[in-house]
Write a protein that binds this ligand. Structure first.
Ligand code: SAH
Length: 319
């Protein structure tokens, strides 16, 4: 059976983006085109969806899924960190909505050749964009122990980070380079004390998350994207971000909060006072998927959605 990536919180995304038929939308992580198809189905000429992804295989799948909407979308193999440059190149000055659905797509995870999984004997890779120079095997085989420990602690929030880093270094010194996900998973498992292994899912989950974030520079990329996204939104345009763990969500939450800060409106939430902050928060707390969606789609389990609208600033009114 051909596997398909099931998009997360589609109804919520459509609700928060509030798509206009003739609007211009960006899907910054178009992946397999699940959300993009839902957005395209709301558009009419000259409405347009601009879909970005840096993974060539994902873009091919997106192109197939979006084929029925020919003329309503453009797909580009670019990192979302280049958002402003991409829009400039397309001659688009402002957009009406931006979606960023973070994490890894189901097909990236399940393709053994991509080396994301702790169950596979394939080379430990984890690059979402295969043009990136450094893959996960290189990190585990070449980084000094202290750097590995720091990555695993910071990006995996793994309390056993130092023991795991020591286990990795001891293994590579004795047995030679670590090749596969399965091999690394076994080393991680052995480094964690037995009682702790039984808690919190697979014992290597946090270490693998940490390496994936480091290989793809995921947190730096989100930091660089958010200001570009806000600057690209037309007044009244919306941004919607789905994060899958607290490290990602914290960045989004802080950014949204800082950019809506100057409003201390007494009129309640969501406020419409038109204060000086660029953003109006549409979600006070992160929105979670309904229980039935989680039952249907395990990837939805950890999803955290936040949305905001670009305010019409006083100085822009009538401009
Ligand atoms: N919403 C999509 C799934 C997205 S999965 C759907 O419904 O099908 C996340 C996608 O983000 C992956 O395809 C990954 O390659 C992409 N991605 C992650 N970081 C990126 C970056 N910096 N630039 C562009 N795409 C990125």
């Amino acid at each position: 059976m051909a596997e398909e990536h099931i998009p997360v919180m589609v109804q919520e995304v459509l609700h928060y983006l509030n798509c206009r038929e003739e609007g211009i939308y960006v899907d910054a992580t178009v992946g397999d085109g699940g959300h993009a198809a839902a957005i395209c189905s709301r558009l009419k000429e000259p409405g347009l969806l601009i879909g970005l992804d840096w993974d060539d295989a994902a873009l091919e799948r997106a192109a197939r899924r979006l084929a029925p909407f020919a003329g309503r979308f453009r797909l580009l193999r670019r990192s979302y960190t280049e958002l402003e440059a991409v829009l400039w190149e397309l001659g688009v000055s402002r957009v009406d909505g931006i979606l960023m659905d973070l994490g890894v797509s189901t097909l990236q995870l399940s393709d053994p050749a991509r080396g994301f999984s702790y169950r596979q004997d394939e080379r430990l890779d984890m690059r979402m964009d295969r043009r990136l120079e450094t893959d996960a095997a290189r990190l585990v085989n070449e980084l000094p122990e202290a750097s590995l420990a720091r990555i695993i602690l910071r990006y995996g929030e793994e309390r056993w980070a130092r023991r795991i880093a020591a286990g990795i270094v001891a293994h590579r010194e004795k047995e030679g380079p670590i090749q596969s996900g399965a091999e690394l998973a076994e080393i991680v498992k052995r480094a964690i004390p037995a009682p702790a292994r039984r808690r919190g899912g697979h014992p290597a989950r946090r270490t693998f998350q940490a390496l994936r974030i480091a290989v793809n520079r995921e947190l730096e990329n989100i930091e660089s994207f958010l200001p570009q996204a806000v600057a690209s939104l037309a007044p009244g345009g919306r941004i919607c971000v789905i994060a899958y763990h607290s490290l990602e969500d914290r960045i989004v939450k802080r950014f949204f909060r800082e950019h809506s800060r100057s409003c201390s409106c007494p009129r309640g939430f969501p406020c419409t006072c038109g204060g000086d902050g660029e953003l109006l928060l549409l979600t006070r707390k992160a929105v979670r998927p309904a229980a039935e969606e989680i039952a249907r789609n395990p990837r939805a389990r950890s999803a955290l959605l936040r949305a905001a609208e670009r305010r019409v600033l006083k100085r822009e009114e009538g401009a």
